[in-house]
Design a protein around this ligand. Structure first.
Ligand code: ZN
Ligand code: ZN
Ligand code: ZN
Length: 125
């Protein structure tokens, strides 16, 4: 049930809180359908803005990032563990990898060993 604006105003007068705070705390918002203020991409979230048809308050809601259809590895982001290295998908939140191969360790200048492919130091050397 919606409370009337008069009732809201009365509460605001009785309250010591600022009007704006009081109103947003007391209105049982009825949000409109909203509009997309920023469309999501595969790397950035978007958001929708909703406006309350009663009090005019606005709120935004995140739209999750688009999931990409195809994994690409053009940035050549290396990932690896102690034995293998691989390419990580270009998209930050994607955990898909490709080309998993063993490191090719060579002697590193100044001691230790380094993979000549992904430049990762060999651990424990
Ligand atoms: Zn409202
Ligand atoms: Zn991916
Ligand atoms: Zn490697």
């Amino acid at each position: 049930m919606k409370r009337s604006k008069l009732f809201l105003a009365l509460i605001c007068i009785l309250s010591t809180l600022p009007l704006v705070f009081c109103a947003c705390g007391e209105c049982e918002h009825s949000w409109d359908k909203g509009f997309v203020a920023k469309a999501p991409t595969t790397t950035q979230k978007g958001y929708t803005i909703y406006t309350c048809t009663d009090c005019g308050e606005m709120k935004s809601e995140e739209i999750p990032m688009l999931t990409h259809v195809e994994h690409t590895y053009t940035k050549q982001i290396w990932g690896g563990d102690e034995t293998y290295h691989w390419f990580k998908c270009d998209f930050d939140d994607c955990q898909v990898t490709t080309n998993k191969t063993e490191h090719t360790f060579v002697d590193k200048f100044g001691g230790g060993m380094i993979c000549q492919v992904c430049r990762m130091d060999k651990k424990g050397s």
